[in-house]
Write a protein that binds this ligand. Structure first.
Ligand code: PRX
Length: 650
């Protein structure tokens, strides 16, 4: 990481959009951006009302914003239906026969759905949800592979006012259980499996395991995807295809209040318990719509592809909602980027003539490692705009993406945002912002971002500090589900009335934001947030483990790798076998993404005399192999020497 920061500071390469790109873009000069940004921050009511009017409302709002920090209401009193805006509106407006989703399964099966076909599927499934007892505000847990039906399920929930809560298909039964306990979902939607690197992920078995002691779930709707054998529990489990065959392909949508809950998405924080981030209807809809329109420059003839999974916020805002609100044609792919090899993505770009491509730096680094030959075989000339999200992009990866994938002609939008922000907050506008490798550049319209020091003063140019947002924005989280106190404490208590993102950043003289990374005990592994406390509690839930400390270290592909320092219960020997078992145990408790890359068994952990684990020291040790900082406060200074030896052996 530190190497990245240094190279960021000396980064002087800058690229401007071509004249052709600028000419056709919605914002084509920095002067126009500045004018619009100023207005949007000073008069958010004017700016956001203009955007909102481009969508369909059953009842117009009264006030655009009601702000009683830290609680915001947007488009107050307005009534709308997000699903109608994503689907029906396009059918009514003459885009019914346009492809909405071009889907490709990992084994190579293909399916295209027009907006009209999608409307039928969504209506059918809305009827299925209702006939299975789902009512407005009921929670529905979705645990599915990347198939069209995942999007259909989300949109059907939105259509009937139910609150979806998606759990990423890579998470374990225990992770599902935690989220079920918190959300008290009434219905679960899953599949008999999903394809991943040629194998089947047994999603239904994980659901069965998670539901063992559950009291809230009444029905499980199971999609047949892989023909994997599953156990169906009588009275509880029903098949998607049987249920949809029973109902009509039409459904009359009701309208919902602008602040009606739309979804809960769980994300890691600095404690062991994930936070249920709650997003609502009107503001989120307008914000995802507007960011897609301006940042991805979405036009009627674009073929857009975001490679995220719907289990993460990127899949919510930039697969299901934003692009559909813009009526664009999008590609959706089920499987792994390296199946059968690393050319799969480029093959898809070529086959469907993808024009806008949005992925994560970790994927880009993996492609670089796999070799240019896999890219060279494919014609990528359809691409006109590239995007990245999830973590800071290192300049080398940026340059490769720009030249090798974008052919030196496609602007890159490096988009900074979070599960909590709902929509992109800092990003270039492709038709005007000069881009540089490694910076997300400038705040989007309506976003008042700043970098503050601990006292709350704005940092000088190039000085590092904390990234904050000083004014509310439409897509912001409204609360942490069932935990208002945690909402206030986590995001709004550092500086009164301001949102603390939890990221460290600096701003250069031109006003570009350079995100450094998380300031809390949250790791960013392959663009996904992972709380060290969650991994630690998974480790200590293993019978042999007494205590654990988890830190991140820089990793060539993943950005950060998970390093665990573990003390064992007395009398237990730290064998290689146990090491493997402990790693797998974490995978079982949380999901494969959390499996520690390195596990070090140690008789004691480095602690201060008052008993606090010195993570700072462990972090330095795994990053550099040495500890240079002050160790005089340590209870036992010999621990460091012995750990240093262990780390050096790796
Ligand atoms: O640290 C920032 C990093 O990802 C965090 C948010 O993670 P999550 O809620 O899982 O959402 C990821 C997808 C939006 C942030 O606090 N992050 C996200 N985008 C960027 C980034 N760091 C640097 N540059 C980005 N473009």
């Amino acid at each position: 990481m530190s190497k990245n920061i240094e190279s960021h500071l000396s980064e002087d390469r800058e690229f401007k959009p071509s004249k052709e790109f600028s000419k056709q873009a919605r914002v084509s000069s920095m002067a126009q951006y500045k004018r619009m940004h100023k207005e949007s921050v000073e008069r958010p009511d004017l700016f956001w009302a203009r955007e909102a009017r481009e969508l369909h409302w059953d009842k117009k709002w009264g006030k655009v914003l009601e702000w009683k920090a830290p609680y915001a209401k947007w488009f107050v009193g307005g009534r709308t239906n997000v699903c109608v805006n994503c689907v029906d509106r396009h059918v009514t407006e003459g885009r019914g026969n346009k492809a909405a989703i071009i889907w490709e399964g990992e084994p190579g099966d293909k399916r295209t759905l027009t907006y009209k076909q999608l409307q039928r599927e969504v209506c059918r499934f809305a009827n299925v949800l209702e006939s299975n007892g789902v009512k407005s505000k009921d929670r529905v847990l979705i645990y599915m592979p990347m198939v069209v039906e995942a999007t259909v399920a989300m949109l059907a929930c939105a259509r009937i006012g139910a609150v979806h809560s998606i759990v990423f298909g890579g998470f374990s039964a225990e992770s599902i259980k935690d989220r079920l306990d918190d959300s008290e979902a009434k219905v679960v939607i899953t599949a008999d499996g999903g394809w991943r690197r040629g194998g089947v992920v047994d999603l239904k078995a994980n659901i069965d395991e998670a539901l063992k002691k559950d009291k809230s779930v009444e029905k499980v709707i199971v999609l047949k995807r892989t023909e994997n054998k599953v156990k169906m529990t009588k009275g509880r489990d029903v098949w998607w295809h049987e249920e949809t065959a029973k109902v009509a392909a039409t459904h009359k949508a009701k309208s919902f209040d602008s602040e009606h809950p739309l979804f809960i998405l769980y994300t890691s924080g600095s404690t062991g318990k994930p936070k249920g981030i709650l997003h609502t209807t009107g503001g989120y809809m307008v914000n995802t719509y507007a960011t897609c329109k301006y940042i991805f420059d979405m036009k009627d003839d674009d073929v857009y592809w975001c490679t995220a999974d719907v289990g993460w916020i990127t899949g919510h805002s930039y697969i299901t909602y934003g692009p559909m609100l813009n009526g664009v044609t999008q590609v959706m792919y089920e499987g792994a980027p390296n199946y059968p090899d690393f050319s799969r993505f480029w093959q898809i770009v070529e086959e469907y003539s993808v024009t806008i491509f949005y992925t994560a730096p970790t994927a880009i680094r993996a492609f670089i490692k796999a070799g240019d030959e896999l890219v060279d075989k494919h014609d990528l000339s359809s691409l006109r705009l590239l995007g990245t999200v999830g973590e800071p992009i290192n300049p080398e990866a940026w340059m490769w993406y720009y030249n090798k994938i974008g052919g030196g002609r496609c602007p890159i939008v490096d988009t900074w945002w979070q599960t909590e922000t709902g929509a992109i907050m800092i990003s270039p506008l492709p038709g005007c912002t000069p881009i540089k490798p490694g910076t997300a550049t400038q705040p989007f319209f309506g976003i008042d971002a700043a970098i503050l020091d601990e006292e709350g003063n704005e940092c000088k140019a190039n000085e590092g500090g904390r990234l904050v947002i000083r004014k509310p924005w439409p897509g912001m989280l409204r609360t942490i589900y069932k935990d208002k106190k945690r909402y206030r404490d986590t995001y709004w208590s550092d500086y009164p009335g301001m949102y603390t993102a939890g990221d460290g950043a600096r701003r250069d003289r031109k006003g570009n934001f350079w995100i450094v990374g998380r300031l809390d005990d949250v790791l960013n592994v392959s663009g996904h947030r992972l709380g060290t406390a969650e991994v630690e509690s998974a480790l200590v839930s293993h019978d042999a483990v007494a205590e654990a400390a988890v830190v991140g270290r820089p990793h060539e592909i993943k950005g950060q790798a998970v390093c665990a320092f573990v003390t064992l219960k007395s009398g237990i020997e730290g064998t290689d076998e146990l090491l493997k078992e402990v790693r797998n145990h974490v995978g079982k408790v949380i999901g494969a993404i959390a499996k520690p890359d390195d596990v070090y068994f140690t008789p004691v952990l480095p602690k201060t005399r008052s008993g606090k684990i010195m993570r700072r020291l462990l972090k330095e040790l795994v990053a550099t192999g040495k500890v240079t900082g002050n160790t005089t406060t340590l209870e036992d200074a010999n621990v460091v020497k012995s750990l240093q030896k262990q780390v050096a052996k790796k």
